[in-house]
Design a protein around this ligand. Structure first.
Ligand code: DC
Length: 229
């Protein structure tokens, strides 16, 4: 496992928004362009949901789900690549296609309601900083995980566009169910962070959005007296 050799505090770029708003594509490309590590926190919730389903944990039982977080054998791992990606391994294994089904997506939204799960995730997600500067995507990065960051972005797209994106990816996704549950839960609900830059990605080229975010971060970092590649 690689850890950061930075002689300053790591920079965190928070990218939040609902499903199919363009977060993953944009966050990955911004990380590549800045030379930062990419973190998909949705994948962490999906991994927990997948593990619960696989081990027969009742998704209607919050105490049982929170109990899994105390017991399961996980660790963070930096996967080399362009960009490098910080992922959560379970028993040394990284589930990939297994966590991309509609059922696991819905179950991820279900486990994400549990306050004990969110506390565990927040600690683990903050610990990702040990790998260096980060672009982290999720639902509560700017509001809950790294509220202190200067770089907060909120991505959204029209409901039609979001549905179209999932269809063109050939992915089934209960977006309506997840939107409702993610934004109505009591613990760290899906919402725009204070001071976040709102970007509507509907009909806009990805490159423009990535260039815009990258420029904001570069300018902000240079006023802090730091340089990024
Ligand atoms: O980004 P995604 O669609 O892979 O996320 C799956 C679910 O995980 C989402 O419906 C809600 C939950 N989630 C969350 O509550 N907080 C995050 N920071 C990321 C995801």
């Amino acid at each position: 496992m690689t850890t950061s050799t930075l002689s300053r505090l790591p920079i965190v770029v928070a990218i939040d928004g609902p499903g199919a708003s363009g977060k993953s594509t944009v966050a990955r490309a911004v990380a590549r362009s800045l030379g930062f590590c990419y973190v998909d926190t949705g994948a962490m919730y999906r991994t927990l949901a997948w593990h619960c389903i696989r081990t027969g944990v009742d998704l209607g039982n919050p105490r049982a789900i929170a109990g899994v977080c105390r017991r399961w054998k996980t660790r963070l791992h930096l996967e080399e690549g362009e960009p490098g990606e910080v992922v959560l391994l379970v028993d040394g294994f990284r589930p990939k296609s297994e966590i991309r089904t509609a059922d696991v997506g819905q179950a991820a939204s279900d486990v994400a309601v549990v306050p004990g799960v969110r506390r565990w995730m927040r600690l683990v997600q903050r610990d990702c900083c040990r790998f260096g500067d980060l672009v982290m995507e999720g639902r509560d990065i700017a509001t809950n995980v790294f509220p202190e960051t200067n770089f907060k972005f909120w991505l959204d797209a029209s409901p039609d566009e979001r549905r179209r994106r999932r269809q063109s990816q050939g992915v089934e996704d209960n977006l309506g169910y997840r939107d409702r549950q993610d934004s109505q839960r009591a613990a760290a609900p899906l919402m725009m962070g204070l001071g976040a830059v709102r970007i509507d990605t509907t009909g806009r080229p990805v490159e423009d959005i990535v260039a815009g975010i990258t420029e904001v971060v570069r300018n902000g970092v240079s006023t802090m007296g730091t340089k990024v590649p």
